[in-house]
Design a binder for this molecule. Structure first.
Ligand SMILES: Cc1ncc(COP(=O)(O)O)c(C=O)c1O
Length: 1014
């Protein structure tokens, strides 16, 4: 394209009528014609009568034949590569010859010659139409760009040698000449300044950047995708080769990165998966990794100046008008991250060697930070320090106090909680140290849609008395708007000190200081350590230094550390020993250890799970301090980290822990307490350690009492893992072989599911009962009368499915009429979770013979119970004693009692009712907008959200449920699928769930369902 830059390129003046004529005259096709967007060409979709779809492309008259031929050659190369390798998206349209056998036709319009082509129309829609492009999609896009780059390597064509304003090699010149189209003066200045800095960073690198043919505009506008079953995009092809040219090879990746930036402008490092995806196919050179960020800034700048210019010359171009805000997002996002920070983060992600600064940070030579070579400390040698630990492992922060509202993440001023901890250290006469690089719980906040910006880029020292501060190195001290700046003579480091009171003798101007020389006093010193990299771009007077940031995301610390490093070496080991510096945990390392020592049999949630090391109420907290909303942990009924439970357990451990053959009061107290929660008739408790044990023991009791081995249970249920409990567990998702391996004494009947089972609707209960009664009769007639019936009062494993009215009372009566007994497994649903009732069987007005309880009863401590009548328990006495070493121990009983007290005193059953209703109503309302929500089962804080593809056929939305759970984690919500079809979201959070958390869940669910198009 040879047009001078400042002219702009209005699209050819062609309407759909003329396009239809051209399609007929030149290519002999006809059909419905619809215009598609383009920056500079005209594109028309032609739907031919036979259902075939074509793209009629009329190039801008500025395009030469050689250029259009080159585009065809590039498309051919992509198609060829796509035939060799089945990489998603590695496809390009075919060019269809005209009846005259030409791939390129010509037409003269308005006195100018236009080149016209007819292309295949690739199935799918531009990726831009998918609201969410997660890390997987971005990695796929990066991989596609890498593979495309390989495919085009070596492709030479004269039409690729173009003077395009999109050619990054020309970016500075383009920006300079088009900046005047940016009307807003501030914005214009920002663009020019950022472009100058980026160009400066590229100096010395550009000669090392390889050049080749590139597509030149591989963004989510120009990659088409089809919707997978899950609603996620699957890359399907590359379109619009109008910017194909010879340029830097890395330009292909730069374009891909813009997709991440405009989608998540607030998180520029969202580009990382795209970069690593590219790198896997097309390894980046060192120079390319260094150049990537400055080029991204330049690309953003070119986009905005060109977009503004395009709007100026072609005001009716809706496509350009719509794109301009996205373009500003790209620019603003790229510009918001320091290029050195970005470069370092990229190097880390790519596994390239560390920069010298990163090596120091990695701790290989902990005290050899630049500028600190003589080891002089800021503080006198007789001062001792104590760390105020604000990390996930802090024992100084207790009971969720870190969630007290405080200043925003950008403000380094101590929060009220931080202040209290600082004061405690001061009270002990020591210097309080707040650490650099520590993801603070106090800055994390409740779940949010991204990782919190909570990792400190500064350190802070507080003392009760004013302390003398000395210069740790020889340099210059001067006052800046941000605080006193001490800059090393050799520019290897600088310390920005807030809270330093210069001595009287210190003039306002810069002064030279020697290592160890006093520079002032302070009672509270906030320190940023600026590295040599940070200083490299700054003037001697300090202008041009990066703004001191207070908090960043933990995952981005490595990058930031190249600018703001740990000031610990200047603070000195007598105040902050190396062993007490903040350290980050790599979840992948501990996961590998787990996987080596554990078998896959004991699985874990998520492929790359966050490392959860702490909990509070309904939140689970990872090692970066991020809080996740825990929607699955019905075991932690009273919430995570409950201080009363911790205190009760600790107290009892100090007093006594032994087995129940000894005589101590709490075992009686706890057993009485359980009985007090039951209807009349129950008089006996047997304490065990888990739900499995409770079920196993209950089955033995049933068999011993009735003298009959045969047990009836229902399909799609789970009752535990022991041989007995597993035998009555029919759930195929827990045990796919259950149907084949079931012992002959187990007789499952249909799961009474009125939503999708054999019988549906209001009359389903009696129908299921009749079926079960018939089976009872058949078994009795066959000489195998059922002794025990076991079921949950509400099928938990299947997704909180209500047992339809008219079922339980009939089956209980029928079993008893035959001399059998019934077990209600309350392991999931018991203990108040259902809200209005404490036990699930109370929903049906029935009373079982045996009740099994666990999970919530110990809030995670191994504790279960079987509650029954003496006559039933005594039946087992004939087979010997029942004893389980830890069951009913003093510690277990204390914990059980405390849990029951907390449920009562904190009104958790009532909370389950009200917040549960809020949740149910909220999700139910979403069902009006999201076709995927088939039903909201459950009650209180025990619910199941069933996702279906079709509300008539009830086809389970399995893939969608999987994708939804993965995306919810990104948004800070832990929720999992359940049921034999894995299409029901199990919603059973701690019973202390707050209304705000319920609303957050509903909001996140709404967002993800929208993204998945469901
Ligand atoms: C209904 C039901 N019964 C019994 C059990 C087994 O309990 P535990 O895991 O404590 O052995 C479970 C566990 O999920 C359950 O859901």
């Amino acid at each position: 394209m040879t047009a001078p830059l400042d002219e702009g390129l209005p699209r050819p003046q062609i309407d759909t009528r003329l396009a239809a004529e051209l399609a007929g005259d030149l290519f002999g096709i006809s059909g419905h014609v619809q215009e598609l967007g383009s920056q500079q060409d005209r594109n028309f979709l032609i739907q031919a009568a036979e259902g075939r779809r074509h793209l009629l492309k009329i190039s801008n008259p500025a395009s030469t034949r050689a250029e259009v031929e080159a585009q065809n050659a590039v498309m051919a190369a992509v198609r060829h590569a796509g035939q060799e390798e089945a990489l998603p998206g590695l496809r390009a349209p075919r060019v269809l010859p005209s009846p005259a056998g030409r791939e390129i036709e010509r037409v003269t319009l308005g006195g100018r010659e236009h080149l016209v082509r007819l292309l295949d129309f690739l199935d799918g829609e531009p990726l831009i139409g998918f609201p969410h492009a997660g890390p997987g999609t971005l990695a796929g896009l990066g991989a596609l760009a890498g593979r495309l780059s390989l495919a085009l390597d070596g492709l030479e064509h004269p039409g690729l040698e173009r003077r395009l304003q999109w050619d990054l090699r020309r970016a500075p010149e383009v920006i300079d000449s088009l900046a005047r189209f940016v009307r807003d003066e501030d914005r214009r200045e920002r663009v020019l300044r950022a472009a100058r800095n980026a160009a400066h960073r590229l100096e010395g690198l550009t000669a090392e950047l390889p050049q080749q043919a590139v597509h030149g505009d591989l963004t989510d506008d120009n990659v088409v995708a089809v919707r997978r079953e899950s609603g996620e995009p699957e890359l399907a092809g590359i379109i619009d080769f109008g910017d194909a040219m010879r340029s830097w090879r890395i330009a292909e990746l730069v374009m891909v990165c813009t997709t991440a930036l405009h989608r998540e402008p607030e998180r520029p490092l969202a580009v990382l998966p795209a970069v690593t995806g590219f790198h896997r196919h097309r390894a980046l050179l060192e120079a390319e990794a260094e150049a990537l960020w400055p080029l991204l800034v330049l690309r953003g700048a070119v986009l905005v100046v060109s977009g503004e210019q395009q709007l100026a010359v072609d005001p009716g171009n809706d496509y350009a008008a719509e794109a301009i805000e996205r373009e500003w997002d790209v620019f603003t996002s790229a510009e918001s991250l320091d290029a050195a920070v970005a470069g370092s983060a990229l190097r880390t992600a790519l596994g390239l060697g560390r920069t010298p600064v990163q090596t120091v940070l990695a701790g290989s030579t902990p005290d050899a930070a630049p500028g600190a070579s003589d080891g002089t400390s800021l503080l006198p040698e007789d001062v001792t320090g104590r760390v105020v630990d604000l990390s996930w492992e802090s024992r100084q922060l207790r009971d969720g106090e870190w969630l007290e509202p405080g200043p925003s993440g950008a403000d380094p001023e101590p929060t009220a909680v931080e202040r209290r901890r600082i004061d405690e250290v001061l009270g002990a006469g020591e210097v309080a140290v707040l650490r650099y690089g520590e993801p603070r719980l106090t800055r994390a906040g409740v779940p949010g849609t991204g990782a919190p910006e909570n990792t400190a880029l500064f350190a802070e020292l507080h003392s009760a008395a004013e302390l003398q501060v000395r210069s740790p190195f020889a340099g210059t001290l001067h006052a800046t708007a941000r605080g006193m700046m001490l800059r090393a003579d050799d520019d290897s480091a600088a310390l920005l000190m807030q809270g330093l009171i210069p001595g009287d003798e210190q003039p306002a101007q810069s002064v030279r200081v020697q290592a160890g020389e006093p520079v002032g006093t302070s009672g509270a010193l906030r320190l940023w350590h600026l590295t040599a990299t940070a200083l490299a771009g700054a003037e001697p007077d300090g202008s041009g230094l990066p703004e001191p940031r207070a908090f960043v995301r933990a995952a981005e610390l490595d990058g930031w550390a190249t600018i703001f490093a740990d000031p610990a070496p200047f603070i000195g080991a007598h105040v902050l020993p190396a062993s007490r510096r903040a350290r980050r945990i790599d979840p992948a390392e501990d996961l590998a250890r787990r996987e080596a020592a554990f078998d896959a049999l004991q699985g874990h949630y998520y492929q790359a799970p966050p490392q959860i090391e702490r909990g509070w109420r309904e939140f689970l907290i990872d090692t970066d301090g991020r809080h996740y909303l825990d929607m699955v942990n019905n075991v932690a009924a009273v919430g995570h980290g409950h201080p009363r439970l911790a205190a009760a357990a600790a107290d009892q451990w100090r007093m006594l822990n032994t087995n129940s053959r000894f005589h101590y009061r709490v075992v009686a107290e706890f057993s009485e307490r359980l009985l007090s929660l039951m209807p009349p008739g129950f008089d006996t408790v047997l304490l065990v350690n888990s739900g499995t044990e409770a079920v196993d023991l209950a089955l033995r009791l049933g068999q011993a009492f009735t003298g009959r081995p045969d047990v009836m249970c229902v399909h799609e249920s789970y009752h535990g893992w022991s041989i007995g409990a597993d035998a009555v567990s029919t759930s195929l998702s827990d045990n796919p072989l259950a149907d084949e391996t079931r012992p002959d004494w187990v007789h499952p009947v249909s799961a009474p599911n009125a939503y999708r089972g054999r019988y549906r609707g209001p009359g389903a209960g009696p129908q299921y009962a009749a079926e079960a009664e018939a089976e009872l009769a058949r078994l009795a007639a066959a000489g195998r009368p059922v002794g025990t019936y076991i079921a949950e009062p509400r099928n938990g494993n299947a997704g909180a499915i209500p047992t339809p009215p008219g079922y339980l009372e009939r089956i209980y009566a029928a079993v008893r009429a035959q001399g059998g007994i019934v077990i209600a497994d309350e392991v999931q649903v018991g203990c108040g979770r259902l809200g209005e009732v404490f036990w699930g069987f109370q929903e049906h007005g029935v009373v079982p013979d045996i009740v099994t309880v666990a999970k919530a009863l110990g809030n995670g401590h191994p504790l279960g119970a079987v509650i029954t009548r003496k006559e039933i328990a005594q039946a087992l006495t004939r087979q010997g004693a029942f004893f389980s070493s830890a069951a009913g121990s003093p510690v277990s009983c204390r914990i059980g009692l405390e849990v029951l007290d907390i449920i009562e005193e904190e009104g958790l059953q009532a909370n389950a009712a009200t917040v549960g209703e809020r949740l149910r109503a909220g999700v139910q309302a979403l069902a009006g907008r999201h076709r995927l929500i088939g039903a909201v089962h459950g009650r209180g804080l025990y619910q199941g959200i069933e996702l279906v593809r079709d509300r008539e056929t009830l086809e389970p939305a399995v893939e969608e449920t999987r994708a939804l759970c993965a995306r919810m984690l990104e948004l800070g919500v832990i929720v999992q699928p359940t049921g034999d079809r894995q299409n029901v979201l199990k919603v059973k959070p701690p019973m202390c769930l707050s209304p705000a958390s319920a609303d957050y869940f509903i909001g996140a669910l709404d967002r993800v369902l929208t993204e998945l198009g469901g």
